[in-house]
Design a protein around this ligand. Structure first.
Ligand code: NAD
Length: 484
């Protein structure tokens, strides 16, 4: 349910790759939800542009079916769906040739926001940017949305940035990391910078360590070929986990504005120390019963690509010096959990006789399941018999605490697309941020290659390889539970 509607400008949104998987599963169902919530102004248009030889009616059929399949319960209203489909058009365009560009130019309107979503393989970004510019379809006010992966190392990311920069300015380029569109990720900033309670404690005097976990229960699905060339470091750590790390560790920007936020995130990435190879664990899942192993899933019996990574890293600045950041992500794990946990130091001395446990406050920001915030506090165990202390959660699941005001249906994609239309780049990665993230990641991946590093094995449904546990045990710490 949506409670507040922020007006959006009139727009023409062209989706290159409009017939593709991402467009059908995420982008168009998401736009339909925005339409239902009244956020698409009357007359706003979505134009699919792809290779298939379709007309408006054919594309509308395809998208109608996709919305029925992927749109969720709230999109079941047939009349509203028909009204939405009226806003949709299609042009067959060849990204690498000249076919279709004149028709696209005729269709696109002056005096509205023009946004171009590149939901195609990154190898086509350059050709699309060049043609949009060359045919006079994009102007200085037009916006480009580009999908991940943004390069596969520093060199390719730089090349991609340079290609886009030939025709577009940085303030026109919206690099999507859909993690940044999640409600809780934005809430992380609200909690940190909107309360007096946390910021004074947010440093190495009070924080023992920070854990970031993104655990998946799914395997590589149908993307085995792509995934095996990428791996968890490129697919998850370089972008999603790194972005979460930046938001948790950055200094307060002087205002909540795109470049102010992104300047602070960039400083964090640049302050990350190189990771010691003893502080990284990679893994691949084994077969279990009739569930195939990672190597069987990607059809590469000799694969050395990791689908699990756990690492310890440090940020070399005054706020975080000496505070380890533990990151882990993996596939086919015990549960589907994404959270950031700030584990505070213990008090060092207990006034309560017999209380030998080292109690810690923990602030956990949960992205899934049940988006919310959980603060572990220490209280007296109820009942007679003296002062025995226990740790209990002050759990605020947003859906319970905020009821109807929680917009559960809003997916990260649709929120981010609406930000593009509004011209708000705060939740998008800047070119220099992406490059800095690769500059930190590249030596790790290169190191694995030169050492011919072989990932450790782990059981499907576990919490990852044994060595990942040891990474924290060695430091006298332990991972938070991944709930099954
Ligand atoms: P897809 O293969 O399903 O679709 C590709 C689209 O590109 C199709 O519409 C096709 O017609 C179009 N296309 C291909 N060559 C073309 C050409 N020469 N001219 C014009 N159009 C052309 O791919 P996808 O899964 O939708 O992924 C699109 C992009 O989004 C990729 O960069 C991918 O990495 C990224 N991405 C996808 C997902 C996902 O869940 N599918 C998630 C994150 C990022």
């Amino acid at each position: 349910m949506v409670s507040r509607v922020i007006p959006v400008d009139q727009f023409d949104l062209v989706i290159f790759g409009g017939t593709g998987d991402l467009a059908r599963r995420k982008i168009l169902p998401g736009l339909f939800r925005r339409f239902l919530s009244g956020q698409m102004p009357e007359g706003a248009r979505v134009i699919g542009a792809a290779r298939s030889d379709l007309d408006d009616a054919g594309f509308r059929d395809m998208i109608g079916q996709a919305i029925e399949e992927f749109g969720g319960e709230e999109t079941a209203d047939k009349d509203r769906l028909a009204a939405f489909l009226e806003c949709i058009h299609y042009v067959a365009v060849d990204a690498t040739g000249e076919g279709g560009w004149a028709q696209l130019k005729d269709l696109i309107r002056e005096n509205v926001v023009r946004a171009f979503y590149f939901s195609v393989a990154p190898s086509l970004f350059g050709a699309l940017a060049e043609r949009l510019h060359g045919h006079g379809i994009a102007d200085r006010n037009s916006r480009l949305v580009v999908e991940k992966p943004f390069g596969r190392d520093l060199e390719t990311a730089k090349a991609l940035n340079a290609t886009l920069a030939e025709h577009f300015q940085e303030d026109q380029i919206y690099r999507i990391d859909h993690y940044l569109g999640k409600e809780t990720v934005q809430n992380l900033m609200a909690v940190r910078f909107g309360n007096i309670l946390f910021e004074p404690l947010w440093n190495n005097h009070y924080v023992d360590h920070i854990q970031i976990t993104v655990a998946e229960t799914v395997g590589v699905g149908g993307r085995g070929g792509y995934y095996d060339k990428s791996g968890a470091m490129r697919d998850m750590v370089q972008n999603h986990l790194m972005q979460l790390l930046c938001l948790i560790a950055m200094e307060a920007p002087n205002q909540f504005e795109a470049d102010a936020v992104r300047d602070e995130k960039l400083k964090v990435i640049r302050a990350l120390q190189p990771v010691d190879f003893h502080h990284i664990v990679r893994g691949q899942y084994d077969a279990r019963g009739d569930e195939p192993s990672y190597r069987e899933d990607v059809e590469n019996p000799r694969s050395h690509t990791e689908c699990f990574v756990a690492l310890k890293c440090q940020i070399a600045n005054m706020r975080w010096s000496g505070v380890p950041f533990y990151l882990r992500t993996g596939k086919k794990l015990k549960g589907r959990t994404s959270e950031i946990a700030v584990v505070f130091k213990d008090l060092g001395h207990s006034i309560f006789e017999g209380d030998e446990k080292r109690h810690r406050n923990i602030l956990a920001i949960r992205l899934q399941p049940n988006e919310g915030i959980d603060l572990q506090v220490t209280i007296k165990e109820p009942g007679p018999g003296g002062m025995r202390l226990i740790d209990v959660p002050l759990d605020m699941t947003f859906a319970d605490a905020l009821g109807d005001d929680v917009d559960e249906a809003t997916d990260a994609y649709e929120r981010l697309i609406m930000d593009v239309i509004r011209g708000n780049q705060t939740l998008f990665m800047r070119g220099d941020e992406v490059e800095a993230a690769w500059a930190w990641t590249d030596p790790i991946i290169e190191g694995w290659q030169t050492r011919n590093d072989v990932p450790k094995h782990y059981d499907i449904g576990s919490t990852g390889p044994e060595d990942a546990m040891m990474l924290l045990h060695r430091d006298g710490r332990r991972w938070r539970e991944i709930k099954g």
